[in-house]
Design a protein around this ligand. Structure first.
Ligand code: GUN
Length: 290
């Protein structure tokens, strides 16, 4: 049997249309145009592509989009000054500093500087801590997108065994917390490079989420029939093509449902950034969440 394909691109189109309508209503009713600032340091080609996508998507949703491109040799103080200015900028509701930064820059103090009410990327330790104590403000965009895909596909995670492979701050760790919040109630295993017998751990999963950044790591022998497989990987193959962490063709023969790469989680990451920016614009003006 071939798995049902969970089409993140189609879902993103649907959700973005709803966000654009909400932005239009906010502008009509309150004269507010949500503003997103994306800071890119250096010339990493993948980061240029991602920031470009965020820019176009936020403009298409009716937001103000500001791209701040800084040279590769920007000093730590210079980057921090840009963030401080954006914190004070009334036109800006959401700030993100694209990762990875050049090696000489330390992302931690930069993330800590972003004011929590504009932390739409949810990488400030305050924001992460609010999630960890079960009272989240913003949800980081990729894990938030994964939750939306699961919800939309009607996958019940309460009580289910969810195995996440990869413990990054960007995806695996916050996603493990989100899935164990009251109301979601999944039983989560957070697997990583030191996990013993990864294949056996993965075979226990009802929902298997791969977020390690190793092309084709998850093979068919690691997936039990009936599993829902979410592939967060975005790796470049030798031919320059985007490939996931899951060996798609063989796993699709075993799984119940699977996200493709590209066209799965990626488009939802950008979409949830827009959602967070809209929520930030409302919250900063004392308007209730929708
Ligand atoms: N680099 C890859 N993914 C992300 C993300 O979600 N946010 C930021 N800031 N950088 C990234």
């Amino acid at each position: 049997m071939t798995a049902r394909v969970l089409d993140g691109k189609a879902l993103a189109t649907e959700v973005r249309a709803r966000i654009a309508a909400d932005v239009a209503a906010l502008t009509d009713e309150h004269g507010v145009v949500p503003g997103l600032a994306a800071v890119l340091v250096g010339e990493d080609p993948a980061s240029q592509v991602y920031v470009g996508m965020k820019h176009r998507a936020s403009e298409a949703a009716g937001m103000v989009s500001r791209q701040i491109v800084l040279p590769d040799d920007t000093a730590q103080e210079g980057l921090e000054r840009v963030v401080r200015d954006l914190n004070e900028d009334e036109e800006i509701d959401g700030i993100l500093v694209q990762l990875p930064l050049p090696d000489h820059l330390d992302p931690r103090p930069v993330q800590e500087l972003i004011t929590p009410d504009k932390d739409v990327d949810a990488l400030n330790p305050y924001t992460a801590g609010r999630l960890a104590v079960g009272d989240p403000t913003f949800l980081s965009c990729t894990p938030y997108g994964v939750l939306e895909i699961l919800d939309h596909a009607g996958v019940e995670v309460a009580g289910a065994n969810v195995v996440i492979v990869g413990r990054s701050n960007l995806v695996g760790r916050p996603l493990s917390v989100m899935l164990t919040l009251k109301g979601r109630d999944a039983t989560v295993t957070l697997a990583h490079s030191r996990t013993r017998d990864l294949a056996a751990v993965c075979r226990q999963a009802d929902v298997l989420i791969a977020a390690v950044g190793v092309a084709g790591l998850v093979t068919a022998d690691m997936v039990s029939p009936g599993t829902v497989v979410i592939d967060v990987g975005t790796n470049r193959g030798d031919d320059g093509k985007l490939v996931g962490d899951v060996a798609y063709d063989e796993v699709a023969e075993v799984a119940d449902a699977i996200t493709p790469v590209p066209g799965g989680v990626g488009p939802m990451t950008v979409t949830m950034l827009l959602q967070n920016t809209l929520e930030a614009a409302r919250a900063r003006r004392g308007l209730p969440r929708r």
